[in-house]
Design a protein around this ligand. Sequence first.
Ligand code: GDP
Length: 178
Amino acid sequence: PAEPESPYRVVLMGAGGVGKTAFASIFAGAADSMDSDDCELCVEELCEKEIEVDGEPATITLVDMWDAETDEWTQEQCMQTADAYLLLYSITDRASFLRASELRITLRRFCPARYTPIILVGNKCDLVRRREVPTSEGRACAAVFDCKFIETSAAMQHNVWESFYGIVRQLRLRRDSR
Ligand code: GDP
């Protein structure tokens, strides 16, 4: 398949309750009223926005349509059309971590290109006392799955933008390595 051009289609995946909606809100600027005009196309599950990464503009279309009720056909469509994935779990919920592993394996079947950027995202890192998944375990899992790893807190707006920047950087690396 051809190299993706910006807009990059980035899909949020993960078990229910891990923070996908919170990520999408931050991206859309809902948590920052000064930014809310920047979102050109915001419907319930889709938001397109231009951001600047390393001095260069990039447009991301963020897709947040993943939940337990999403039917298989829609999930497959979702996976087949994505340029990159943010694979979320909650550090307070081991089941969501296991779910992320399962989704990673499923993704392998659908990745349209040989190498599609995936970042494993351990969200809710502000909830220190409720942590069930150690950072080291998340990192080890990402190494096995051959993807990047980041811990975030949507509640504290910590590292959320970093995860989007990371996706853009990986897509550019791929573009530039041609
Ligand atoms: P989704 O089902 O994956 O879309 O998850 P949501 O974004 O709806 O989040 C589920 C719940 O977790 C909500 O009550 C959020 O406010 C909360 N939440 C999301 N991210 C964080 C976070 O980083 N820290 C904390 N403490 N709560 C969070």
